[in-house]
Design a protein around this ligand. Structure first.
Ligand SMILES: Nc1ncnc2c1ncn2[C@@H]1O[C@H](COP(=O)(O)OP(=O)(O)O)[C@@H](O)[C@H]1O
Ligand SMILES: [Mg+2]
Length: 260
């Protein structure tokens, strides 16, 4: 069973920008999937569609065979962990509280407002912090941590949701190369060892080649490559980044474009 399915999805923003143009896509379990493409390609829009933060203008998005709609949005969204480029932590709160917010979707509205967490929530949050190796920082203010540590807290918060998939939007774009590798190693480990599939937007080809099980190349709102990293030839990368006009047909073989 696919984790997420996009069925003929189109996304047109209210200002008329068509960010996603008729995309069919199935995210498979066990994979570290990288969505690769230049700025403005539609990568963030795709991720936001996958967790219901954006509603498709046409087509449907399903998470574990359930089509996203108004009624199931809250329930589905908690199964989908999000990791952000800017970490999106509350800096003045301590690390533990930030991770606990990953539990909010499981609590009542009132419990959420009052930050009433249960014993079980603490245990899950503690385990998530241990998983990212930050147990000793639990009671430190989030804004006292380095960028890499803050991103690991962001990942712990996603893990605390007990998600069935993690979506990471440019998770290392604000980090230096060494820290970027630590964060990508961690996400890859979560994918392989904890069996939580990861979909990450990246714009760096090298990281995609090194970490991805599958690369989905996106340009101008369309899928222009879909294959394993070793199918991603240099010619294909040039096409992905230099193509000016929108592609007419999605191409699924690196060789097709290499010879085009
Ligand atoms: N909220 C929005 N309203 C209007 N246009 C948007 C919005 N968000 C993104 N866009 C436009 O949609 C296109 C795709 O953007 P985005 O998904 O952010 O691409 P990427 O993440 O690959 O850089 C761009 O042209 C961008 O300017
Ligand atoms: Mg983006």
């Amino acid at each position: 069973m696919s984790v997420i399915i996009l069925d003929r999805v189109v996304k047109t923003y209210p200002n008329g920008t068509r960010a996603v143009k008729d995309i069919d896509l199935a995210i498979e379990p066990g994979h570290f999937t990288v969505i690769l493409g230049p700025s403005g390609a539609g990568k963030s829009t795709l991720l936001r569609l996958m967790n219901g933060l954006e509603k498709p203008s046409e087509g449907t998005v399903s998470v574990h065979d359930t089509v996203l709609g108004k009624k199931n949005l809250r329930a589905i969204r908690r199964e989908v962990g999000m990791v952000f480029q800017q970490f999106n932590l509350v800096g003045r709160l301590n690390v533990m509280t930030n991770v606990l917010t990953g539990r909010l979707a499981y609590r009542s509205w009132l419990g959420s407002v009052l930050h009433l967490f249960r014993e079980e929530d603490f245990r899950i949050a503690q385990a998530a912090l241990a998983r990212v190796d930050l147990t000793e920082k639990a009671w430190v203010r989030a804004d006292q941590l380095s960028g890499g540590q803050q991103q690991r807290v962001g990942i712990a918060r996603a893990l605390a949701q007990r998600p069935r998939v993690i979506l990471a939007d440019e998770p290392v774009a604000s980090l230096d190369p060494l820290t970027s590798r630590e964060v990508l190693d961690l996400l890859k480990g979560i994918c392989q060892d904890d069996h939580i599939p990861v979909v990450a937007n990246l714009h760096q080809v090298d990281y995609a080649r090194e970490y991805a099980d599958r690369v989905i190349g996106v340009n101008s709102g369309r899928v222009v490559f879909d294959g394993s990293p070793d199918q991603l030839t240099d010619a294909m990368v040039d096409e992905l980044y230099q193509r000016a006009a929108p592609v007419k047909e999605p191409l699924h073989e690196a060789s097709t474009l290499a010879h085009a």
